[in-house]
Design a protein around this ligand. Structure first.
Ligand code: FAD
Length: 281
């Protein structure tokens, strides 16, 4: 049982992890050692105090060095789901579970919005986890949507498992597994199967897998209150679920490094106060 789980390794998660380490919290940090694609992709950053016209790739290196110098470890794992268990939280990565008294969501916002019908049929054919749900579709017809080459291993796993797999990719992947298709335009459920509309017509599948860097926080954590596409928080970065905090782009605009970094810091201070109050209760 840890004090805190930090989910996300963008500027909000980095700031949170640095603060949590400085305050001696016992925490686990999930994300990517590459930190966030939204750091490396920035052509030039001119609005971050202390750094004058730095390239995104250079900013990434500075942050990686700082994380390394602080001795912080980022677990290269994508959290599939988080459940509030009353006195604690359980986060699942495939079959592995992690437990903590508090959780901080710094998961960013997905640039790829949900396809109409996607959120409606989560658990009824729509899945975000190849390892968790893949076996349900052995020998069946599936669709796969992959938004990052890092997911190719999961795509291959699903294609080999399924009888037939239509695969949409947002990156070039010549000779890759599956039948290439465009991106789905909408999903509807008919007679227990999914009808997926593509630009070139409909296809009937048993399930569809969305492999994304970040999914809607409401899908990640059932019961989480949203304000449109963002996690609803107060000024202390508390969500509607006691012990769950959120920071960065996932809490709303402006989508900027300075705002994300500030919120990561505030959210950990709120978590510290909450943990202390809980201990004293
Ligand atoms: P993100 O940076 O999106 O990080 C979220 C992290 O969480 C990612 O690493 C993701 O992989 C991880 N994650 C998500 N779900 C999970 C999960 N389930 N399990 C584990 N990890 C997960 N802002 C500026 O202020 N100035 C600029 O010049 C600027 N330029 C930009 C240029 C580009 C091209 C882009 C795309 C953005 C730019 N931004 C700029 C915006 C800035 O990048 C974002 O505001 C900032 O990255 C938000 O930080 P974040 O930590 O909230 O989210």
């Amino acid at each position: 049982m840890k004090d805190l789980l930090i989910v996300g390794s963008g500027p909000a998660g980095i700031s949170a992890a640095l603060t949590a380490a400085a305050r001696g919290l016992d925490f686990l940090w999930f994300g990517s050692r590459a930190l966030s694609p939204k750091i490396a992709q920035a052509p030039e950053i001119a609005n971050y105090p202390g750094l004058c016209r730095v390239r995104g790739c250079d900013f990434q290196k500075i942050l990686q060095d700082q994380v390394g110098a602080m001795g912080l470890t980022i677990r290269e794992e994508r959290i599939d789901s988080i459940y509030a268990m009353g006195d604690s939280f359980t986060a699942c990565v495939n079959e592995t579970m992690y437990e903590a008294r508090a959780v901080l969501l710094a998961v960013g916002v997905s640039t790829a919005g949900a396809v109409p019908g996607e959120l409606e049929y989560v658990g009824q054919g729509v899945s975000y986890c190849a390892t968790c749900d893949g076996a349900l579709y052995r020998g069946k017809t599936i669709a796969v949507v992959s938004t990052n080459p890092a997911f190719e291993e999961e795509v291959t796993f699903l294609v080999q498992l399924a009888g037939r797999a239509y695969v949409s990719r947002s990156y070039p992947a010549p000779d890759a597994a599956g039948e290439p298709t465009g991106f789905p335009k909408s999903i509807r459920r008919e007679d227990g199967r999914l009808q997926i509309t593509y630009a070139d017509g409909d296809r009937t599948v048993d399930g569809i897998f969305f492999l994304k860097d970040s999914v809607s926080p409401a899908v990640l954590m059932p019961g989480l209150a949203m304000d449109g596409a963002h996690i609803a928080v107060n000024r202390e970065l508390e969500t509607n679920i006691p012990g769950c905090f959120a920071a960065g782009d996932c809490t709303g605009r402006p989508y900027q490094y300075a705002k994300a970094v500030g919120e990561g810091n505030v959210a950990v201070h709120t978590a510290l106060r909450w943990l202390k109050e809980k201990q004293q209760a």
